[in-house]
Design a protein around this ligand. Structure first.
Ligand SMILES: Cc1ncc(C[n+]2csc(CCOP(=O)(O)OP(=O)(O)O)c2C)c(N)n1
Ligand code: SF4
Ligand SMILES: [Mg+2]
Length: 340
């Protein structure tokens, strides 16, 4: 499949081709192979965007890839005995030890290369694909150790903002005011009371060469980031938002639309931190009000106008901070007239 890179948002006023934005971030055009390595027939829900992530991840990484998969929706839905959807070596690990197992695999490959058992020039990718619970919560120390030791491992965190496989419990990346079974909206609380952990920044703070956020609705940007992550000589980390049909409570047909709205409203900003340089990779000239993202989802249905105003303020502040870091208004102001 030949993939045409579509650089969204470059048509910002005053930033034509060759302008400042293009100089800041250039997409590289490359072909994706026809070969499928994440096979059809999985048991993931309709509207779930996990398969969009894993399918394209393996197209970029190729067959010489070892997947480390802690328990979660992806694992339980792709390896129901005796079938598997993985056409690459795959290992199931416990909920909290993805980073440790991947570290061991990478270290073993190094030794086998040194001993001449594996061709030293062969490039084998080791990738962890893990949920937000397995990464931001229980697997946090295993991840941190892996980053600290500098293993050449790609860590992909798919973030559906909750422990979805076990019944929609909140996690460290559940957003403010989302209703989950352990933070239910009711008379006492308006849903979850904490903010999302900024995992790409936390990973970058370990001094790793590449850390980024991505969104499966912005396929070209996500694919580019898989490629960059695989090319660095050291650990890389990708924090990828991912829509969950029963957890977020939207109609399955809106799986991609809700992801687009996450970025169009500024709720989710695509950026990367490459050798310490921060860039926003999906500029949004004018934002849509956060209500556009919220109203498709049952987990926010209880929110009052006051709650929505608080959420909007939180996002405005996040956007301001990210723009300051990027050195320009890459994410524009809210357009109150915008149609959702
Ligand atoms: C030590 C331990 N505690 C709890 C569980 C039960 N458990 C399995 S998957 C899971 C939630 C996974 O959440 P996340 O990593 O976000 O993946 P998702 O299900 O959302 O894909 C839990 C709590 C477990 N397997 N091991
Ligand atoms: S529960 Fe959510 S994350 Fe899990 S398979 Fe269904 S849509 Fe995907
Ligand atoms: Mg999850």
């Amino acid at each position: 499949m030949s993939f045409k890179i579509n650089v969204r948002g470059l048509q910002l006023p005053g930033a034509g081709r060759g302008g400042a934005l293009e100089a800041l971030y250039e997409f590289e055009s490359f072909d994706l192979p026809e070969q499928e390595l994440f096979m059809p027939g999985h048991g993931l829900c309709g509207g779930c965007t996990i398969p969009v992530i894993t399918r394209h991840m393996l197209k970029v990484l190729g067959p010489d890839t070892i997947v480390v998969n802690p328990t979660g929706c992806l694992e339980v839905s792709t390896v129901t005995y005796p079938r598997t959807n993985w056409a690459v070596p795959w290992i199931h690990v416990a909920f909290g030890n993805g980073g440790s197992v991947a570290s061991g695999i990478e270290a073993a490959i190094k030794v086998l290369k040194r001993r001449g058992v594996i061709d030293p020039n062969r490039k084998i990718n080791v990738v962890v694909v893990a949920g937000d619970g397995a990464t931001a919560d229980i697997g946090f120390q295993a991840l941190s150790g892996m980053l600290e030791r500098g293993h050449r491992v790609i860590y992909v965190m798919y973030d559906n903002e909750g422990y979805m496989n076990t019944g929609i419990q909140r996690s460290g990346t559940t957003p403010l005011f989302a209703s989950a079974t352990t933070s239910p909206a009711g008379k006492k609380i308006p849903g979850n009371l904490t903010h999302k952990k900024p995992m790409a920044f936390i990973a970058a703070a370990h001094g790793i060469p590449y850390s980024a956020t991505a969104n499966p609705a912005y396929l070209a940007d996500m694919i580019q980031k898989f490629k960059k992550a695989a090319e660095v000589d050291g650990p890389s980390f990708l924090h990828i938002i991912q829509s969950c049909t029963p957890g977020w409570r939207f109609e399955p047909k809106y799986g991609i639309r809700v992801m687009e709205l996450a970025t169009e409203t500024g709720f989710w900003v695509n950026y990367e931190i490459e050798n310490g340089v921060f860039r926003i990779t999906t500029p949004v000239p004018k934002r849509k009000p956060i209500e556009c993202f919220l109203k498709l989802q049952g987990r926010f249905r209880h929110l009052t106008k006051e709650h929505i105003a608080i959420l909007q303020k939180v996002i405005d502040e996040d956007v301001k901070r990210l723009n300051e870091m990027a050195g320009g208004e890459f994410i524009g102001p809210v357009d109150p007239e915008a149609k959702c």
